[in-house]
Design a protein around this ligand. Structure first.
Ligand code: NAD
Length: 489
């Protein structure tokens, strides 16, 4: 950008030890709905990570010695402050990520607020274990202590939502943190930092270092004073993080990709199933790790389902994310859009049928969005199970629909991928629903619904979808160190 141009850009700074600090170099960040550079993000490296880890280490003794109640009050205050600014956060998230303003207003930011409130409450209710051994004159009990500096690395699809899902439990448990959001979606994390002091979060408890995974992310993963890494992102990056952290034997929580099946039996209530499955396929442009991308429909209703499903998908309006009537916003980047489009091309080359969307229907965009990274919701049928479209995570508004005959067969096919994050099962037969849910290799199974979450319960994936779980008890266990103490009387 020219000098005149760069003056108008939003410039972010790292947040270290309670202060905003400039960085020596910056990365351009794009507005996905216009294709323009609108923000500059610090390109942090070892030096910045070092300063942030030091600040977090220095803040740890005081923060970890506060009572859960004191920390809880601070988290609640932070939730209130973010909620007070909900509209500004939602606008920023939509502009930075490409998601619709409606989604940011109703899902992303309310959930970020809720994450702080949820852990502010749950931290007050944990009970440790105690056993007695009368013949030995002993009681045993467990105690849980904060661990230290937690490294938190988050992706671009649900920026503030996923980052706060890590920050909230980490600090509620008395740890201090160094967080690194995705370099493509850093703005709302930076906005959150502006509220920390007012909420009463002491300097150094939450540090945010912006930059790329290769530089800032790896510096954090390799830092010897960061014993915990909580990561949400792709399976490929998780492999790299596992390798890089191995020499330090770090504790890792890995929330990764999915290739989530929806299994629709012929006794399903289609009036519920169809709109929900359209939503589970295309919400947030299909850029949610829990999105459905393989739809198995029992043969008897296959034709009817396909017709109604495509008709419903076509109703989703793609375009300007800041228009509240838009259903599908822009994809995160030009490269990602290209990648998603290529999957559709590969499917066509293999003989699959594209029933609506990419390459089939016209995409009409308002003048200001012509250079944005848009794509219509796309439904593909007659795809082979071995096809890359049925095996790999596409992470865009593309879903495949195929027919099946028996329960046994569909379980085998649904499990026939490397991932195991989330599945949905549609049937009115209670026995079948339980049977199938038990046999699916999936960390989450929703029956006759999608994305209904109780944050108390474990969240996470099997197989290549991750290691560990997050939730009230699970996050508490991850972010604390347990000790067994024996007392003889
Ligand atoms: P990504 O793996 O490319 O990046 C995630 C984060 O890791 C970013 O902050 C990135 O900068 C950082 N990173 C990249 N390389 C790194 C390295 N070598 N060392 C340390 N950090 C590094 O993922 P993405 O493209 O941002 O996000 C999309 C992926 O996230 C999808 O696979 C999606 O399924 C997954 N995801 C999973 C969940 C879940 O809860 N299971 C939730 C949302 C997204």
């Amino acid at each position: 950008p020219t000098m005149a141009h760069s003056k108008a850009l939003l410039v972010l700074e790292n947040f270290i030890g309670g202060k905003f600090v400039p960085c020596s170099s910056y990365i351009d960040s794009y507005n996905p709905s216009t294709g323009d550079v609108y923000c500059r993000v610090p390109d942090s490296g070892k030096e910045e990570v070092e300063a942030a880890v030091k600040a977090a280490k220095d803040a740890f003794p005081i923060w970890s010695s506060k009572s859960p109640l004191e920390r809880s009050q601070i988290l609640n205050k932070l939730a209130d402050l973010i909620e007070h600014d909900l509209e500004a956060f939602a606008q920023a998230e939509s502009k930075d990520q490409g998601k619709t303003i409606t989604f940011a207003r109703t899902v992303d930011i309310p959930r970020a607020v809720h994450n702080f409130r949820f852990f502010a409450s749950s931290i007050l209710h944990h009970i440790t274990e105690c056993t007695e051994m009368p013949t030995m004159g002993c009681v045993h009990y467990t105690s849980r202590a904060s661990v230290g500096v937690a490294g938190l690395i988050s992706p671009w699809n649900l920026p503030l939502y996923l980052l706060t899902w890590k920050i909230a439990p980490a600090i509620a448990c008395g740890n201090t943190v160094v967080a690194k959001p995705s370099e493509m979606t850093s703005v709302t994390a930076w906005m959150m930092c502006k509220h920390l002091e007012k909420a009463g979060v002491p300097p150094g408890v939450v540090n945010v270092v912006f930059g790329t995974g290769a530089k800032a992310g790896e510096a954090l993963v390799c830092h010897p004073d960061v014993p915990l890494i909580s990561f949400t992102g792709s399976t490929l990056t998780a492999q790299r993080i596992t390798e890089k952290s191995a020499p330090h034997c770090k504790r890792l929580s890995l929330e990764l990709g999915g290739k989530n099946p929806a299994i629709i039996f012929d006794d399903a209530d289609l009036s519920q199933c169809i709109p929900t499955t359209v939503r589970s396929s295309f919400a947030n442009q299909g850029e949610i790790c829990l999105c459905t991308s393989r739809i198995f429909v029992q043969r008897g209703i296959y034709g009817q389902f396909l017709k109604r499903f495509v008709a419903e998908a076509k109703k989703w309006k793609t375009g300007n994310p800041s228009d509240p009537t838009t259903d599908v916003g822009a994809l995160i980047s030009k490269e990602h859009l290209e990648k998603v489009r290529n999957y559709v091309k590969k499917a066509q080359a293999e003989g699959a049928r594209v029933l609506c969307g990419e390459g089939v229907d016209p995409l009409a965009l308002p003048p200001g969005n012509q250079k944005g990274y848009f794509m219509l919701p796309t439904v593909i049928a007659e795809v082979k199970d071995e096809s890359c479209c049925m095996q790999e995570e596409i992470f865009g508004p593309v879903t495949c629909v195929v027919a099946f005959d028996t329960e046994e067969e569909v379980i085998r096919r649904a499990n026939g991928v490397k991932y195991g994050l989330a599945a949905t099962v549609w049937s009115s037969n209670v026995g079948r629903v339980h049977r199938v849910a038990h046999r699916l290799q999936s960390g989450l199974v929703w029956t006759n619904c999608w994305l209904v979450r109780d944050l108390n319960l474990p969240f996470g994936g099997m197989k290549a979808s991750g290691i560990g779980r997050e939730g009230a008890k699970d996050s508490y266990e991850f972010f604390t160190e347990v000790k067994t103490i024996t007392i003889k009387h």
